[in-house]
Design a protein around this ligand. Structure first.
Ligand code: ARG
Length: 461
């Protein structure tokens, strides 16, 4: 049997194992809609330039629309012997419309075709992710607005540092996600040049109109170098890099949810909808969704690394290695989409335990910095000295097993004679957070304003 796709030059078909390693239809079938959109734009352009007759173009368009319907309704039979989505669709088109189908590939190669399809898929996915980022940011900003003044411990080294508010903590993630979203937007703007018309690598002698296809497919312009057009996958690397950074942010939030829901912390409660039980331990409420969000980061960052390794060292232009781009791109970006959706669900359902948070906020001598600041402000002593005085008072509290605001005045005065009764006005957690009014600080009135700013900004999008 000669080869089904390029019989002319071949006397026999491929070995079974060749077909197995070569075929991409198992995964690139996901590109069917992009492939059809690209072919329709290409055919319309060929007709407009007189390279294809109007009848052939119409037949191609109708045939491709039928194929799209067949695929959507599950009637299309994908064949591995036809290697990939491009050949599967073209072969089916031939069965449907005959000769005209054989003219579609004029002035085109699978190299610019696949570059286009993958680019369109990445672009479509970035647009979808953008809406998902918005949903999560809205969920966080809403929750932050409801708990702008709810005190909780702020940590460094996972040790109590200074009291903050729950709303402030959540808004930190909104800031991160806004940058993540920005990275995807930047990537989208850079990728939005159309490779179609680069043909195999050198361009074509046919009088094609690349501006026309670029415009029809929603690109800003055609790519300027035919070799770059078919060799480039840096738009995919960029999207996966943005995904990896976003995944790191989501993983940190997930880790906090895991910590916060533990019986030792009890800072928040996750809804039943985002919790699982144990088959043996009846008391368990496991934060599986958060754990999986955390774990998927490995997958997403792994896809960036895998594609980076595929691309490094490839000479220009297209190399078959690049067929390995798709699974990484699909898996990386689809995992991010799943992780965003799951995180949004968890955040919406998350209920902080305000009493527990408040108690925890005051533990660990969290207002020690407030005491030191008071010594500087009221007694005019240098901060380094105030730090030392405060350290001695903390040591007294620690030895007695009491919080800072319970240390008797006389004992504080024994450390520094200038300390007065007034010091107690800064030692409470509520006073501490209320005093942090510097721009970007955790004072509830700041947090309330920031939550409002985000809510109205996000509502306008
Ligand atoms: N299935 C191929 C891929 O995904 C399509 C491009 C094939 N081009 C070629 N010259 N063999 O990369």
């Amino acid at each position: 049997m000669s080869n089904r796709m390029w019989g002319g030059r071949f006397a026999t078909g491929p070995a079974a194992i060749m077909e197995e390693i070569n075929a991409s239809i198992g995964f690139d079938r996901k590109l069917w809609a992009q492939d059809i959109a690209g072919s329709k734009a290409h055919a319309a352009m060929l007709a407009a330039r007189g390279i294809l007759s109007a009848e052939d173009e119409a037949a191609i368009r109708t045939g491709l629309d039928e194929i799209a319907a067949d695929i959507e309704e599950g009637r299309f039979v994908f064949e591995r012997s036809l290697e990939d989505i491009h050949m599967n669709i073209e072969a089916r088109l031939g069965e449907k419309i005959g000769q005209a189908a054989r003219r579609l590939h004029t002035a085109r190669s699978r190299n610019d075709q696949v570059a286009l399809d993958v680019k369109l898929w990445v672009r479509d996915t970035i647009d979808h992710l953008d809406g998902q980022f918005l949903d999560l940011m809205r969920a966080l900003a809403d929750k932050a607005g409801s708990h702008a003044g709810a005190v909780m411990p702020g940590f460094t080294h996972l040790q109590s540092a200074q009291p903050v508010t729950f709303g402030h903590h959540l808004l930190a993630y909104v800031e991160m996600l806004a940058r993540d979203r920005g990275r995807f937007r930047d990537a989208r703007a850079r990728l939005n040049e159309c490779p179609l018309g680069a043909a195999a690598l050198a361009g074509t002698s046919f009088p094609i109109d690349r501006e026309m296809t670029a415009k029809a497919l929603g690109f800003d312009r055609p790519t300027a170098n035919s070799m770059d057009s078919v060799a480039d996958r840096d738009y995919a690397l960029e999207a996966l890099a943005a995904a990896s950074i976003a995944a790191v942010h989501l993983s940190r939030l997930a880790e906090e949810i895991v910590i916060w829901t533990s019986a030792q912390f009890r800072f928040v409660r996750l809804s039943d909808a985002f919790t699982t039980g144990s088959s043996i331990m009846p008391q368990k409420r496991n934060p599986d969704a958060a754990e999986l969000v955390r774990a998927k980061t490995g997958r997403i960052a792994g896809s960036l690394l895998a594609l980076t390794m595929v691309m490094k060292g490839l000479p220009l232009t297209y190399q078959k290695d690049m067929q390995e781009d798709k699974e990484q791109i699909f898996d990386g970006l689809e995992s991010l989409s799943l992780v965003l959706a799951a995180t949004t669900g968890m955040v919406r359902d998350l209920e902080p335990d305000l009493a527990v948070l408040k108690r925890a906020a005051g533990s660990g001598f969290s207002t020690a910095t407030d005491l030191a600041d008071w010594l500087v402000r009221r007694l005019g002593i240098p901060f380094r000295d105030a730090h030392h005085v405060t350290g001695s008072i903390v040591a007294i509290a620690a030895a007695k097993g009491i919080t800072l605001d319970r240390v008797p005045l006389a004992e504080m005065q024994a450390v520094h004679a200038g300390i007065t009764e007034e010091v107690f006005s800064v030692l409470s957690v509520a006073k501490s957070v209320a005093s942090r009014v510097s721009y970007g600080g955790t004072a509830p009135k700041n947090v309330r304003a920031q939550a409002k700013r985000w809510q109205s900004r996000l509502a306008r999008e």
